[in-house]
Write a protein that binds this ligand. Structure first.
Ligand code: AMP
Length: 206
């Protein structure tokens, strides 16, 4: 089964995708993580994506992102796509090279999204995520590898505003695009409850 997980930034998509991946043995493919890895490796595509677009809360152009995902998904089955598609042209392209069975849409109120993004801290080493629903045991240290946690540049308040505008104008129309396979999940709940709701849906669809 191939799943797309949609939702505004800060709604817990990545956290839920990770859990779904473990519970249902699906590969978690996150375009944000792919771009972050490219940047870390000082790959020119990753550096350009960061400097020109993502640093300011903008999307990387469709042609670049589509090519990247197409290469990544080649001969793959059984995955959960997190952060892609984010525009209608991306969804149309995806339909050409993959078969998506189900789309989960996790939505949360604007207030909660802003709060979650502002409080989010990530481990630069093992990528563990902390914030409103999960605080580290030791202040600002990763529970897993004890690395100092950081705030993502694009989680700074001035950038959050722009990311939400980008979501509303470019990504939200996907809800209508996928209207035949979308299942809405209430993201205004704690992580555990959101995951329970998702499992109910996925167990029913199996
Ligand atoms: P994320 O962690 O998913 O918020 O992704 C971090 C950044 O990578 C985004 O702000 C975009 O600049 C870029 N990015 C990730 N996925 C996409 C996508 N599907 N289309 C365009 N840009 C993307």
């Amino acid at each position: 089964m191939n799943i797309v997980i949609l939702g505004p930034p800060g709604t817990g998509k990545g956290t839920q995708a990770e859990r779904i991946s473990k519970e249902y043995q699906l590969e978690h493919i996150s375009t944000g993580d792919i771009f972050r890895q490219l940047l870390k490796d000082k790959d020119s595509l990753g550096v350009e994506a960061y400097e020109k677009y993502w640093k300011d809360g903008n999307l990387v152009p469709d042609d670049i992102t589509i090519e990247l995902v197409k290469k990544h998904l080649k001969n793959k089955e059984n995955y959960i796509l997190d952060g892609f598609p984010r525009t209608i042209p991306q969804a149309e392209a995806l339909d050409q090279f993959a078969k998506i069975d189900l789309v989960l849409n996790i939505d949360s109120s604007d207030e909660l999204i802003k709060e979650r993004l502002t409080l989010r801290r990530v481990c630069p080493k093992c990528k563990d995520v902390y914030g409103k629903d999960k605080q580290p045991k030791e202040e600002n240290k990763c529970d897993i590898c004890q690395t100092e946690l950081i705030q993502r540049e694009d989680d700074k308040p001035e950038i959050i505003k722009d990311r939400l505008v980008v979501y509303r104008t470019q990504t939200k129309p996907l809800i209508n695009y996928y209207k035949d396979k979308i299942i809405n999940i209430n993201g205004n709940q704690n992580i555990e409850k959101v995951f329970e709701d998702i499992k109910e849906v996925l167990n029913d669809s199996n």
